[in-house]
Each structure stands twice: as C-alpha cells, then as structure tokens.
Design a protein around this ligand. Structure first.
Ligand SMILES: [Zn+2]
Length: 200
C-alpha cells in the first residue's frame, strides 16, 4: 500500500523494543497524519541527540555531554557510588531520585555462558575510581539474576580491602527481576533496605 520509503520507516521503527510491525505501522500513520506537530519535532530531537551522543568517560552513562550531567552535578554526593549493569539501570535508579550519589555503569554482567569475563566489562575502571580515593560507599545494584549476583560477588571480593561501606540491593527485587522493569516503589524499597555484602 505504501511506498518503499514509508515501508522502510515502518521496518526501522518495528525494531525498537516494545514496537512490533503492527504498532510501528500505527506510529508511522500517526506521524504521517500530522508531520508538522509529530514527525518534525521527533526528527529535530533525534538529529540533535545523534550529533552530540557520547559515552561518559567517567561513569559510562550515555549523554550528549562528557562528563555526563550526573558526573557534573555538584549537588550529588561524590563519596557514594552506585554500580549498575547497564545504562538503563542507571536511568531507572536515577528516576527514582533516591540515590544521592554518583553511578558506575559496567556495560554488562559476568557470564560463563556468554563468555563475558571481568576484563570485558568496566570492573577495572571501577577499581581505579575507588583507588583514586574520595569514595566511602559503594552500592552494588546488580540485577537479581544469577549472573547479576555472580558479578556483585566478584566485585565485592575485588573491593574487600578498600576502606568502604559496601552494600547491595535487598528486598523487593524479585528473583530473576531486571531493574529497569521494576516500578519505582519496588526500586525505592530495594535501595532503602540495601544490606552489607556478606561472604567476603
Ligand atoms: Zn558520567
């Protein structure tokens, strides 16, 4: 029915999470109906983000400035660091506004199955940040999955000889739960009831 150009747009959109071919088609129809108020602002926003997109060299967040807004924010407590697997987890936690400190994105989790080793994610970078000093609390906010917990345990071992309060998210995260799917209430409770890391 539609031209190849429009089909290409539908196909591209249908690859986004949460959008299948049907909803992509609906979205495109919506864009085409009122291009001035829907398509043009999206296009402009995307171009702007695309032109300035960077990964923060300090924490691994994705932003349009480096260091990112969070690392640059003087109101945040630089002594507290929350370690997460992915940028999506950082955004989910940051949205809850419950953690007053800064973040560190690992960019994955240890996985024997997928062959992800400590040197494949930003663990050494985390240790370097801690070694530089000025950090007195590290919160391990890994997903409540086997791999997430393996990662947390490994990091706890690597950090055990540093003078830090080390804690990890506790109750409220369902087993197998992924942080960026949790509602803010659950996330808030998990952060409030974080517990010292045991077994190190
Ligand atoms: Zn940053």
């Amino acid at each position: 029915m539609a031209s190849q150009e429009i089909e290409n747009l539908v196909q591209a959109l249908s690859k986004l999470p949460g959008l299948g071919p049907r909803s992509a088609r609906r979205a495109v129809l919506h864009l085409l109906k009122r291009p001035e108020t829907t398509m043009k602002p999206i296009l402009a926003a995307m171009e702007k983000v695309d032109a300035n997109l960077v990964t923060c060299n300090i924490c691994g967040n994705v932003d349009t400035q480096d260091p990112c807004q969070i690392c640059n924010d003087p109101r945040r407590d630089p002594k507290a660091l929350c370690v997460v697997e992915e940028v999506s987890d950082l955004w989910a936690l940051d949205k809850s506004r419950l953690f007053p400190g800064k973040f560190h994105v690992l960019g994955g989790r240890l996985s024997a199955l997928d062959g992800v080793r400590p040197e494949d994610i930003a663990i050494d970078k985390l240790i370097t940040r801690v070694e530089q000093g000025g950090i007195d609390e590290v919160v391990l906010a890994m997903n409540a999955t086997l791999e997430g917990q393996t990662t947390a345990h490994y990091i706890a071992e690597r950090l055990e000889n540093y003078p830090l309060r080390l804690s990890q998210l506790s109750h409220g995260i369902p087993v197998g739960g992924e942080l960026d799917y949790l509602d803010e209430g659950t996330l808030a409770q998990a952060l409030r009831s974080r517990r010292p890391v045991s077994g190190t």
